[in-house]
Design a protein around this ligand. Sequence first.
Ligand code: DX5
Ligand code: ZN
Length: 218
Amino acid sequence: MHQLSTSILAADFNKLGEQIEEVEKAGCQWLHIDVMDGMFVPSISMGMPVIASIRKKSNLFFDVHLMVEKPERYVEEFARCGADMITVHVEACNHLDRTIELIHDSGAKAGVALNPATSLTTLDHVLDKVDMVLLMTVNPGFGGQKYIASCTPKIRELRKRIKDLGREIDIEVDGGVNDATIETVLEAGANIIVAGSAVFKGDIAKNIHMFQEQFSKY
Ligand code: DX5
Ligand code: ZN
């Protein structure tokens, strides 16, 4: 099952509520929420108050991407604010297995994220416990960057490992996905597609339909 997860990092925060409604009306079901702490990544974005506020009016699936050092400190609070999926970076966790357990205990689905330079072997002992793997296809920290082409074989390799494992695990790709790169990531085996700039630049509904049309081919 393919899903577009629209990243609100590229939204106009002056009319965030309206834009989320527009995304929902266009048929997108997932909302990607990028939380940055200024330590794990250079920038600072948004946190609990924003999520709690938009939760009141939206029924979308909240896909919360924590680009945060020691994310276990905040897992329960993000779940309480309305996160449906909580994704932590393997590079930011000292006790990844315990953090995955904590996410599940808090009632959310658990995702793990890998930076472009991080090997798939870091997943060896946790893959059977996660609901989703997020592969960064840019270096995290900013929207609007260019897709790193050397990440494509990594998507393909992960899809193979998941198939061999025999469990249904989503592969999410994040960074630089647009009309020029979408076919590459779908062909490689990604099924959850994050897009920020490619949704919010121009006509939101039209952009979302472009992604949906691509999904229908797979
Ligand atoms: C980058 C974030 C991404 C970002 C993607 O650190 O994790 O989710 O919003 O933005 P685009 O789609 O513009 O590359
Ligand atoms: Zn993200």
